[in-house]
Design a protein around this ligand. Structure first.
Ligand SMILES: [Zn+2]
Length: 75
């Protein structure tokens, strides 16, 4: 098991993540703050709906694209 392999954030899921869900809770976080959840293909829709229903969801980005943005200083 590689500790550096990002794992899906869904409860009980041990699958490698391929998506990043960026979100913000306006009651807890400043507007520019981004919390992130990771998702595998199977759980992306479930986690997206969970955050979307609460109005927290800001962005859904492929993990590789997210890492490119972080490396570029865009996130
Ligand atoms: Zn999963």
């Amino acid at each position: 098991m590689n500790d550096e392999t990002p794992i899906c954030s869904a409860k009980g899921c041990r699958t490698a993540a391929v998506w990043v869900l960026a979100w913000n809770n306006p009651k807890l976080h400043t507007p520019e703050r981004r919390k992130t959840w990771l998702a595998c293909d199977e759980h992306r829709e479930h986690l997206t709906q969970f955050l979307g229903m609460r109005g927290f969801l800001k962005d859904v980005v492929a993990l590789a694209e997210w890492e490119r943005r972080v490396a570029a200083g865009e996130q």
